[in-house]
Ligand binder design. Structure first.
Ligand code: AMP
Length: 401
Protein backbone atom coordinates (compact mmCIF):
# COMPACT_ATOMS: atom_id res chain seq x y z
CA UNK A 1 0.00 0.00 0.00
CA UNK A 2 2.13 2.86 -1.34
CA UNK A 3 1.40 6.43 -0.31
CA UNK A 4 3.28 9.42 -1.73
CA UNK A 5 3.52 12.51 0.46
CA UNK A 6 4.12 15.83 -1.29
CA UNK A 7 5.07 19.16 0.26
CA UNK A 8 5.03 21.78 -2.48
CA UNK A 9 6.62 25.17 -1.89
CA UNK A 10 6.85 28.09 -4.28
CA UNK A 11 10.13 26.82 -5.77
CA UNK A 12 10.43 23.32 -4.35
CA UNK A 13 8.66 19.97 -4.07
CA UNK A 14 9.65 17.60 -1.25
CA UNK A 15 8.43 14.02 -1.41
CA UNK A 16 8.46 10.76 0.52
CA UNK A 17 7.10 7.44 -0.63
CA UNK A 18 5.88 5.10 2.12
CA UNK A 19 4.83 1.48 2.17
CA UNK A 20 2.03 1.84 4.71
CA UNK A 21 1.93 -1.89 5.47
CA UNK A 22 4.97 -1.37 7.70
CA UNK A 23 5.39 2.44 7.42
CA UNK A 24 8.78 1.97 5.75
CA UNK A 25 10.22 4.74 3.56
CA UNK A 26 10.71 3.48 -0.01
CA UNK A 27 12.14 6.73 -1.39
CA UNK A 28 12.55 10.36 -0.40
CA UNK A 29 13.88 13.52 -1.97
CA UNK A 30 13.25 17.03 -3.13
CA UNK A 31 13.44 19.29 -6.14
CA UNK A 32 14.77 22.72 -5.27
CA UNK A 33 15.05 26.01 -7.16
CA UNK A 34 12.27 25.15 -9.62
CA UNK A 35 12.27 27.67 -12.47
CA UNK A 36 15.82 28.83 -11.67
CA UNK A 37 19.12 27.96 -13.40
CA UNK A 38 20.34 25.88 -10.44
CA UNK A 39 17.27 23.61 -10.26
CA UNK A 40 18.17 20.16 -9.01
CA UNK A 41 16.68 16.92 -7.73
CA UNK A 42 18.17 15.30 -4.62
CA UNK A 43 16.95 11.88 -3.65
CA UNK A 44 17.63 9.06 -1.28
CA UNK A 45 16.92 5.37 -1.43
CA UNK A 46 16.86 2.84 1.38
CA UNK A 47 19.97 0.66 1.52
CA UNK A 48 18.98 -1.58 4.40
CA UNK A 49 21.33 0.58 6.53
CA UNK A 50 20.27 3.50 8.74
CA UNK A 51 21.83 5.86 6.17
CA UNK A 52 20.02 6.10 2.83
CA UNK A 53 21.91 6.21 -0.46
CA UNK A 54 21.91 9.83 -1.62
CA UNK A 55 22.21 11.24 -5.12
CA UNK A 56 21.80 14.63 -6.76
CA UNK A 57 20.79 15.31 -10.37
CA UNK A 58 21.27 18.85 -11.64
CA UNK A 59 18.73 19.32 -14.39
CA UNK A 60 16.41 21.99 -15.72
CA UNK A 61 13.03 21.92 -13.93
CA UNK A 62 11.13 24.89 -15.37
CA UNK A 63 7.90 24.40 -13.43
CA UNK A 64 6.06 22.24 -10.88
CA UNK A 65 4.48 20.12 -13.61
CA UNK A 66 7.92 19.08 -14.90
CA UNK A 67 8.99 18.67 -11.28
CA UNK A 68 6.29 16.07 -10.65
CA UNK A 69 7.25 14.29 -13.90
CA UNK A 70 10.91 14.18 -12.76
CA UNK A 71 9.90 12.74 -9.39
CA UNK A 72 7.74 10.08 -11.13
CA UNK A 73 10.69 9.30 -13.45
CA UNK A 74 13.21 8.91 -10.65
CA UNK A 75 10.80 6.73 -8.65
CA UNK A 76 10.47 4.53 -11.75
CA UNK A 77 14.21 4.45 -12.60
CA UNK A 78 15.08 3.42 -9.05
CA UNK A 79 12.36 0.75 -8.89
CA UNK A 80 10.47 2.40 -6.02
CA UNK A 81 7.28 2.94 -8.07
CA UNK A 82 6.65 1.53 -11.56
CA UNK A 83 4.01 4.17 -12.33
CA UNK A 84 1.80 6.59 -10.38
CA UNK A 85 -1.19 4.22 -10.88
CA UNK A 86 0.47 1.91 -8.34
CA UNK A 87 -0.18 4.47 -5.61
CA UNK A 88 -2.89 3.91 -3.01
CA UNK A 89 -3.02 7.69 -2.49
CA UNK A 90 -1.15 10.98 -2.52
CA UNK A 91 -1.16 13.08 0.66
CA UNK A 92 -0.45 16.80 0.41
CA UNK A 93 0.75 19.15 3.11
CA UNK A 94 -1.43 22.27 3.06
CA UNK A 95 -0.44 25.07 5.41
CA UNK A 96 -3.74 26.86 5.97
CA UNK A 97 -7.11 25.20 6.39
CA UNK A 98 -8.80 28.18 8.06
CA UNK A 99 -11.91 27.37 10.09
CA UNK A 100 -13.25 25.11 7.34
CA UNK A 101 -10.86 22.20 7.82
CA UNK A 102 -10.71 20.54 11.21
CA UNK A 103 -9.37 17.32 9.76
CA UNK A 104 -7.84 16.07 6.50
CA UNK A 105 -10.02 16.25 3.40
CA UNK A 106 -10.16 14.11 0.28
CA UNK A 107 -9.40 16.43 -2.64
CA UNK A 108 -12.53 17.36 -4.60
CA UNK A 109 -13.32 20.47 -6.69
CA UNK A 110 -15.04 21.96 -3.60
CA UNK A 111 -11.96 21.33 -1.43
CA UNK A 112 -9.71 22.89 -4.08
CA UNK A 113 -11.81 26.04 -4.19
CA UNK A 114 -11.92 26.24 -0.38
CA UNK A 115 -8.08 26.08 -0.29
CA UNK A 116 -8.02 28.76 -2.99
CA UNK A 117 -10.36 30.99 -0.97
CA UNK A 118 -7.94 30.74 1.96
CA UNK A 119 -5.05 32.22 -0.06
CA UNK A 120 -5.43 35.71 1.52
CA UNK A 121 -4.73 34.11 4.93
CA UNK A 122 -1.59 32.29 3.69
CA UNK A 123 -0.44 34.11 0.54
CA UNK A 124 3.06 32.60 0.67
CA UNK A 125 2.04 28.99 1.19
CA UNK A 126 -1.44 28.03 0.00
CA UNK A 127 -0.85 28.96 -3.69
CA UNK A 128 2.17 26.64 -3.87
CA UNK A 129 0.36 23.86 -1.96
CA UNK A 130 -2.57 24.23 -4.35
CA UNK A 131 -0.30 24.11 -7.38
CA UNK A 132 1.23 20.86 -6.07
CA UNK A 133 -2.24 19.30 -5.77
CA UNK A 134 -3.28 20.47 -9.25
CA UNK A 135 -0.12 19.12 -10.85
CA UNK A 136 -0.50 15.78 -9.06
CA UNK A 137 -4.16 15.58 -10.14
CA UNK A 138 -3.19 16.20 -13.77
CA UNK A 139 -0.37 13.65 -13.69
CA UNK A 140 -2.15 10.95 -11.66
CA UNK A 141 -5.88 11.61 -12.18
CA UNK A 142 -7.03 8.21 -10.92
CA UNK A 143 -5.10 8.28 -7.64
CA UNK A 144 -7.10 9.55 -4.63
CA UNK A 145 -5.55 12.66 -3.09
CA UNK A 146 -5.89 14.03 0.40
CA UNK A 147 -5.08 17.49 1.81
CA UNK A 148 -3.66 17.49 5.34
CA UNK A 149 -3.71 20.90 7.02
CA UNK A 150 -1.09 22.37 9.38
CA UNK A 151 -3.81 24.31 11.17
CA UNK A 152 -6.30 21.45 11.70
CA UNK A 153 -5.00 20.16 15.06
CA UNK A 154 -5.44 23.65 16.53
CA UNK A 155 -9.07 24.01 15.48
CA UNK A 156 -10.02 22.63 18.91
CA UNK A 157 -8.81 25.83 20.63
CA UNK A 158 -11.63 27.41 22.67
CA UNK A 159 -12.71 30.89 21.59
CA UNK A 160 -11.10 32.52 24.65
CA UNK A 161 -7.75 31.20 23.34
CA UNK A 162 -8.18 31.84 19.62
CA UNK A 163 -9.82 35.29 19.64
CA UNK A 164 -7.73 38.47 19.78
CA UNK A 165 -8.97 41.41 21.88
CA UNK A 166 -9.72 43.55 18.83
CA UNK A 167 -13.11 44.64 17.42
CA UNK A 168 -15.16 41.55 16.68
CA UNK A 169 -15.97 42.71 13.15
CA UNK A 170 -12.29 42.11 12.27
CA UNK A 171 -12.85 38.48 13.22
CA UNK A 172 -16.23 38.20 11.55
CA UNK A 173 -15.42 40.04 8.32
CA UNK A 174 -11.70 39.29 7.97
CA UNK A 175 -11.19 36.03 9.93
CA UNK A 176 -8.55 37.64 12.17
CA UNK A 177 -8.01 35.04 14.90
CA UNK A 178 -5.34 32.65 16.13
CA UNK A 179 -4.99 29.60 13.83
CA UNK A 180 -1.69 28.03 14.90
CA UNK A 181 0.62 26.00 12.67
CA UNK A 182 2.91 22.91 12.94
CA UNK A 183 -0.27 21.04 13.94
CA UNK A 184 0.72 17.83 12.15
CA UNK A 185 3.99 17.74 14.09
CA UNK A 186 2.44 18.59 17.48
CA UNK A 187 -0.16 15.85 17.02
CA UNK A 188 2.39 13.27 15.85
CA UNK A 189 4.76 13.82 18.77
CA UNK A 190 1.89 13.88 21.29
CA UNK A 191 0.74 10.45 19.99
CA UNK A 192 4.30 9.10 20.07
CA UNK A 193 4.83 10.47 23.59
CA UNK A 194 1.70 8.61 24.75
CA UNK A 195 3.01 5.41 23.12
CA UNK A 196 6.44 5.94 24.70
CA UNK A 197 4.86 6.44 28.15
CA UNK A 198 2.50 3.49 27.63
CA UNK A 199 -0.58 5.62 28.39
CA UNK A 200 -3.60 6.63 26.30
CA UNK A 201 -3.20 10.08 24.76
CA UNK A 202 -6.58 11.14 26.15
CA UNK A 203 -5.28 10.63 29.69
CA UNK A 204 -2.30 12.98 29.27
CA UNK A 205 -1.70 16.72 29.60
CA UNK A 206 1.30 17.70 27.50
CA UNK A 207 3.25 20.75 26.37
CA UNK A 208 4.83 20.18 22.99
CA UNK A 209 7.72 22.36 21.81
CA UNK A 210 8.41 22.15 18.08
CA UNK A 211 11.77 23.92 17.81
CA UNK A 212 13.10 24.01 14.25
CA UNK A 213 13.74 26.94 11.93
CA UNK A 214 10.17 27.86 12.74
CA UNK A 215 9.16 27.22 16.36
CA UNK A 216 5.93 26.85 18.27
CA UNK A 217 4.50 25.51 21.51
CA UNK A 218 1.18 23.72 22.03
CA UNK A 219 -0.81 23.01 25.19
CA UNK A 220 -2.50 19.62 24.81
CA UNK A 221 -5.16 18.57 27.33
CA UNK A 222 -6.19 14.92 27.21
CA UNK A 223 -5.10 14.75 23.59
CA UNK A 224 -6.89 17.95 22.54
CA UNK A 225 -4.99 21.12 21.66
CA UNK A 226 -6.22 24.01 23.83
CA UNK A 227 -3.65 26.68 23.03
CA UNK A 228 -0.70 27.30 20.75
CA UNK A 229 1.90 30.02 20.36
CA UNK A 230 1.70 30.76 16.62
CA UNK A 231 -1.29 32.92 15.82
CA UNK A 232 -2.94 34.47 12.79
CA UNK A 233 0.36 33.76 11.01
CA UNK A 234 3.48 31.82 12.00
CA UNK A 235 5.10 35.10 13.11
CA UNK A 236 3.67 35.12 16.65
CA UNK A 237 5.02 33.32 19.69
CA UNK A 238 8.48 31.88 20.23
CA UNK A 239 11.72 33.39 18.92
CA UNK A 240 12.63 31.58 15.68
CA UNK A 241 15.55 31.43 13.24
CA UNK A 242 14.56 34.64 11.45
CA UNK A 243 11.10 35.47 12.90
CA UNK A 244 10.68 37.73 15.91
CA UNK A 245 7.78 35.96 17.62
CA UNK A 246 5.80 38.01 20.18
CA UNK A 247 6.14 41.76 19.70
CA UNK A 248 4.34 44.92 20.79
CA UNK A 249 2.29 45.70 17.63
CA UNK A 250 2.85 49.43 18.23
CA UNK A 251 6.51 48.90 17.21
CA UNK A 252 5.33 48.52 13.61
CA UNK A 253 3.53 51.91 13.59
CA UNK A 254 6.50 53.54 15.30
CA UNK A 255 8.87 52.14 12.63
CA UNK A 256 6.59 53.31 9.81
CA UNK A 257 6.62 56.84 11.28
CA UNK A 258 10.29 57.01 12.25
CA UNK A 259 12.05 55.16 9.43
CA UNK A 260 9.72 55.63 6.46
CA UNK A 261 9.86 51.88 5.82
CA UNK A 262 6.74 50.50 4.17
CA UNK A 263 4.50 47.94 5.86
CA UNK A 264 5.83 45.33 3.39
CA UNK A 265 9.45 46.12 4.24
CA UNK A 266 8.75 45.83 7.97
CA UNK A 267 6.94 42.54 7.36
CA UNK A 268 10.09 41.24 5.64
CA UNK A 269 12.30 42.44 8.51
CA UNK A 270 10.11 40.72 11.13
CA UNK A 271 9.89 37.47 9.14
CA UNK A 272 13.34 37.21 7.57
CA UNK A 273 15.79 39.45 9.45
CA UNK A 274 14.70 39.00 13.06
CA UNK A 275 14.75 36.15 15.60
CA UNK A 276 18.17 34.60 16.25
CA UNK A 277 19.50 36.25 13.09
CA UNK A 278 18.40 39.68 14.22
CA UNK A 279 19.92 39.28 17.67
CA UNK A 280 23.30 37.76 16.78
CA UNK A 281 23.61 37.54 12.97
CA UNK A 282 23.24 33.74 12.70
CA UNK A 283 19.91 31.94 12.29
CA UNK A 284 21.18 28.36 12.45
CA UNK A 285 21.25 27.16 16.06
CA UNK A 286 24.44 25.15 15.48
CA UNK A 287 26.23 28.34 14.43
CA UNK A 288 24.67 30.30 17.31
CA UNK A 289 25.82 27.61 19.77
CA UNK A 290 29.38 27.67 18.39
CA UNK A 291 29.54 31.47 18.54
CA UNK A 292 28.27 31.43 22.13
CA UNK A 293 30.89 28.82 23.12
CA UNK A 294 33.59 31.06 21.71
CA UNK A 295 32.35 33.83 24.02
CA UNK A 296 30.30 35.93 21.56
CA UNK A 297 28.01 37.99 23.85
CA UNK A 298 25.32 38.50 21.20
CA UNK A 299 25.03 34.77 20.57
CA UNK A 300 24.91 34.17 24.33
CA UNK A 301 22.14 36.75 24.61
CA UNK A 302 20.26 35.14 21.69
CA UNK A 303 20.29 31.77 23.49
CA UNK A 304 19.16 33.33 26.79
CA UNK A 305 16.32 35.19 25.04
CA UNK A 306 15.32 32.06 23.08
CA UNK A 307 15.09 29.91 26.23
CA UNK A 308 13.49 32.68 28.32
CA UNK A 309 10.64 33.06 25.80
CA UNK A 310 10.05 29.29 25.85
CA UNK A 311 10.07 29.23 29.66
CA UNK A 312 7.36 31.90 29.73
CA UNK A 313 5.19 29.70 27.50
CA UNK A 314 5.87 26.62 29.62
CA UNK A 315 4.71 28.56 32.69
CA UNK A 316 1.62 29.91 30.93
CA UNK A 317 0.60 26.54 29.50
CA UNK A 318 1.28 24.80 32.82
CA UNK A 319 -1.21 27.25 34.33
CA UNK A 320 -3.92 26.67 31.72
CA UNK A 321 -3.47 22.88 31.72
CA UNK A 322 -3.66 22.65 35.52
CA UNK A 323 -1.74 19.36 35.65
CA UNK A 324 1.25 18.68 33.42
CA UNK A 325 2.34 15.11 32.62
CA UNK A 326 4.98 15.68 29.98
CA UNK A 327 7.08 18.30 28.19
CA UNK A 328 8.04 17.27 24.65
CA UNK A 329 11.01 18.62 22.67
CA UNK A 330 11.00 18.08 18.91
CA UNK A 331 12.25 19.67 15.63
CA UNK A 332 15.89 20.11 14.61
CA UNK A 333 16.73 22.19 17.70
CA UNK A 334 14.46 20.39 20.17
CA UNK A 335 15.84 17.00 19.12
CA UNK A 336 19.52 17.95 18.89
CA UNK A 337 20.45 21.00 20.95
CA UNK A 338 20.99 19.78 24.55
CA UNK A 339 22.01 23.31 25.68
CA UNK A 340 18.63 24.66 24.57
CA UNK A 341 16.69 21.88 26.31
CA UNK A 342 18.73 22.55 29.47
CA UNK A 343 18.15 26.32 29.21
CA UNK A 344 14.38 25.88 28.80
CA UNK A 345 14.05 23.64 31.88
CA UNK A 346 16.52 25.45 34.13
CA UNK A 347 14.90 26.65 37.36
CA UNK A 348 11.56 24.96 36.69
CA UNK A 349 11.84 22.49 39.60
CA UNK A 350 9.02 24.32 41.37
CA UNK A 351 6.74 23.32 38.45
CA UNK A 352 7.84 19.69 38.83
CA UNK A 353 10.28 19.73 35.87
CA UNK A 354 13.68 18.39 36.86
CA UNK A 355 16.15 17.56 34.10
CA UNK A 356 18.66 14.72 34.37
CA UNK A 357 21.63 16.63 32.95
CA UNK A 358 23.59 13.51 32.02
CA UNK A 359 20.65 11.97 30.12
CA UNK A 360 20.10 15.32 28.36
CA UNK A 361 23.73 15.59 27.23
CA UNK A 362 23.98 11.95 26.19
CA UNK A 363 20.70 11.66 24.23
CA UNK A 364 21.53 10.59 20.66
CA UNK A 365 18.77 9.07 18.50
CA UNK A 366 15.10 8.20 18.89
CA UNK A 367 12.67 8.89 21.74
CA UNK A 368 14.23 9.52 25.14
CA UNK A 369 13.19 10.45 28.69
CA UNK A 370 15.41 13.18 30.15
CA UNK A 371 13.85 13.84 33.56
CA UNK A 372 15.47 12.97 36.88
CA UNK A 373 14.05 10.23 39.12
CA UNK A 374 12.26 12.80 41.30
CA UNK A 375 10.75 14.92 38.49
CA UNK A 376 6.93 14.99 38.62
CA UNK A 377 6.79 15.81 34.91
CA UNK A 378 8.29 13.68 32.13
CA UNK A 379 10.75 15.55 29.91
CA UNK A 380 10.85 13.85 26.52
CA UNK A 381 12.63 14.12 23.20
CA UNK A 382 10.34 12.76 20.48
CA UNK A 383 11.64 13.00 16.89
CA UNK A 384 8.94 14.42 14.68
CA UNK A 385 7.89 12.87 11.37
CA UNK A 386 5.36 15.11 9.66
CA UNK A 387 5.53 13.14 6.40
CA UNK A 388 4.62 9.86 8.09
CA UNK A 389 1.78 11.60 9.95
CA UNK A 390 0.47 12.99 6.64
CA UNK A 391 0.66 9.49 5.12
CA UNK A 392 -1.22 8.00 8.10
CA UNK A 393 -3.90 10.70 8.02
CA UNK A 394 -4.25 10.21 4.25
CA UNK A 395 -4.96 6.50 4.70
CA UNK A 396 -7.39 7.15 7.60
CA UNK A 397 -9.21 9.87 5.65
CA UNK A 398 -9.72 7.57 2.66
CA UNK A 399 -10.84 4.60 4.71
CA UNK A 400 -13.44 6.71 6.49
CA UNK A 401 -14.71 8.59 3.41
P1 AMP B 1 14.28 22.00 11.31
O1 AMP B 1 13.61 23.23 10.78
O2 AMP B 1 13.40 21.16 12.20
O3 AMP B 1 15.01 21.19 10.27
O4 AMP B 1 15.45 22.52 12.30
C1 AMP B 1 16.48 23.34 11.86
C2 AMP B 1 17.23 23.89 13.07
O5 AMP B 1 17.75 22.79 13.84
C3 AMP B 1 18.43 24.76 12.69
O6 AMP B 1 18.47 25.89 13.52
C4 AMP B 1 19.61 23.85 13.02
O7 AMP B 1 20.74 24.59 13.38
C5 AMP B 1 19.08 23.10 14.22
N1 AMP B 1 19.90 21.91 14.47
C6 AMP B 1 19.98 20.78 13.74
N2 AMP B 1 20.91 19.95 14.28
C7 AMP B 1 21.41 20.58 15.38
C8 AMP B 1 22.40 20.25 16.37
N3 AMP B 1 23.05 19.09 16.33
N4 AMP B 1 22.63 21.14 17.36
C9 AMP B 1 21.99 22.33 17.39
N5 AMP B 1 21.05 22.69 16.51
C10 AMP B 1 20.76 21.84 15.51
Amino acid sequence: MKVLVLNSGSSSIKYQLFDMRDESVLAAGSIEQIGEPGSHLSYALPTGQPEMKKAVQTLPVPDHHQGFQRIAAVLKETGALANPGELHAIGHRVVHGGEQFQKPARVTPAVLSAIRELIPLAPLHNPANLLGIEVALESAPLVPQVAVFDTAFHQSLPSHAYRYAIPKKLYEAHQVRRYGFHGTSHYYVAKKAAEFLGKPLDSLNLISLHLGNGASAAAIQQGICIDTSMGFTPLEGLIMGTRCGDLDPAIIFYLVRETGLSAGEIETILNKESGLKGICGANDMRAVGELAERGNPEAQLAIRMYCYRIKKYIGAYHAVLGRLDGLIFTGGIGENADFIRAGCCEGLDHLGLEMNNGANRERRLGCAALESGTSRVKILVIPTNEELEIAEQTVTCLSSS
